[in-house]
Design a protein around this ligand. Structure first.
Ligand SMILES: NC(=O)c1ccc[n+]([C@@H]2O[C@H](COP(=O)([O-])OP(=O)(O)OC[C@H]3O[C@@H](n4cnc5c(N)ncnc54)[C@H](O)[C@@H]3O)[C@@H](O)[C@H]2O)c1
Length: 402
């Protein structure tokens, strides 16, 4: 079996919530004839989502959602299985954009987006496609921010379901998914010990909490940097040190940015760092660790290991993993499969909702309906063989008695 096919087979056995949903809805063919464009980091789990959406009747076209996060063996395998795919692992943002555009040529009815590149491209560059576009489902925090920005200036023209904000997405994917996969990537790419290191996590949102929690579990001493007073207090009470990046820069052995912001680690910080510091980003765009600053001030640079670039700044060696792109996707396999099973189940059911209800929906952002969250959580618990209590009549009465 070739590698793409083997990877798809591996995830197929483990994405059991999606399998249950497909089993439940396949006869109905709820996406029959619906043109679905998918722009999500294209590795095996995303490939399996695309195949599952196709099983529900959709005509599917797939692309990546970040220049370095596509796995070419999955592209080959999806093409073999009859899907339209425009994607390749590339450093070149021009090639990446050409692939996005080719995917839009398909004139989708539903977009399953991650980071909102397709959604923004339709609104800003290809408004002719809006007539056939029924709605979009957005996977990540940064994409949600971009779509809300469109909505705030009155420019959002289709319904947008904010998949990221579903409980069965961000509570597990952003926290435990990013928490585990960031460390998987840093460990496999450096072969270094995490225990005894000082780890600096920039941003204590859902992702940052997971990254800090898992670093602590691996034995690291963890420093958190934040710009929000409440999140800072929360990190402090969770047992982490809080300080500004300027100070943390001098102390850290391994840095992880996960803020959704720009230039969180920049020239003034690089200059303070210790020889040998490891730099990584897990936020959506490659602007959190300022690679532009590194490139400008470096005395020399070379590939120290696969996926690891050594920059020499003021005589000190700094190591950047995955070119400053999402470290868990550009230089590893992304989130654990069971986590993406939950997130992609939200995507699948949200795409079905748009297909069914788009005529009644308005051009605005929508929360994922609670029924979808509960359908996924209930299915997952049942698959794990875990039972929970339900309210007695007395308890229902008591809770409604106030
Ligand atoms: N790598 C992955 O697989 C993955 C998975 C999910 C989300 N993401 C991306 O990660 C990023 C963060 O997502 P999230 O859900 O944690 O967002 P969030 O909004 O919950 O948290 C971001 C945090 O960063 C803080 N912050 C902003 N600017 C900062 C700065 N200059 N210094 C320190 N802290 C700062 C904010 O106050 C906030 O607490 C987004 O870009 C999101 O799209 C990546």
């Amino acid at each position: 079996m070739d590698i793409g096919s083997a990877k798809l087979e591996w995830v197929a056995q483990r994405m059991q919530v999606i399998n249950k949903l497909v089993e439940k809805y396949e006869d109905e063919q709820p996406l029959k004839g619906v043109k679905v464009a998918i722009s999500v980091h294209l590795e095996a789990k995303t490939g399996y989502l695309a195949l599952s959406i196709a099983k529900l009747g959709a005509d599917v076209s797939v692309t990546g959602s970040n220049p370095l996060s596509t796995q070419d063996e999955i592209v080959t395998e999806l093409k073999k299985r009859g899907l339209k795919v425009n994607a390749e692992r590339t450093h070149d943002s021009g090639v990446y954009e050409r692939n996005l555009n080719a995917t839009l040529d398909f004139r989708p009815n539903v977009i399953v987006d991650d980071g909102a590149d397709l959604t923004v491209a339709v609104h800003e560059k290809r408004p002719d496609l809006l007539e056939e576009l029924w709605g979009v489902c957005e996977e990540t925090t940064t994409g949600v921010k971009r779509i809300k920005a469109l909505e705030n200036v009155g420019k959002l023209k289709v319904p947008a379901i904010l998949v990221n904000d579903a409980a069965t997405k961000h509570l597990f994917d952003n926290r435990y998914g990013t928490g585990q996969s960031v460390w998987d990537s840093i460990m496999r790419n450096t072969n270094m010990n995490v225990a005894e290191k000082r780890v600096v996590v920039a941003g204590y949102g859902w992702c940052g909490k997971g990254v800090a929690m898992r670093a602590k579990g691996l034995g690291a001493r963890v420093i958190v940097t934040e710009i929000d007073a409440i999140k800072s207090l929360e990190a402090l009470m969770d047992g982490f040190e809080i300080m500004p990046m300027k100070k943390a820069a001098r102390l850290g052995d391994i840095f992880v940015t996960v803020t959704g912001n720009t230039s969180v680690i920049r020239e003034e910080h690089f200059k303070e760092m210790k020889d040998g510091a490891i730099l990584t980003n897990a936020g959506h765009f490659d602007v959190e660790v300022s690679v532009a600053d590194l490139e400008r001030i470096t005395e020399s640079k070379h590939e120290a290991r696969p996926n690891v670039t050594e920059y020499v700044v003021d005589g000190k060696r700094l190591y950047l993993i995955g070119e400053g792109r999402l470290v868990n996707l550009a230089a590893a396999d992304g989130h654990p499969v069971e986590i993406m099973d939950l997130s992609f189940s939200v995507q699948l059911l949200s795409a079905m909702k748009i297909a069914k209800d788009h005529e009644r929906m308005k051009a605005k952002t929508y929360a994922v309906p609670a029924e979808i969250d509960y359908e996924i959580a209930t299915t997952k618990l049942a698959l794990l063989g875990i039972e929970i209590d339900s309210l007695t009549e007395e308890q229902k009465k008591y809770l409604n008695s106030w």
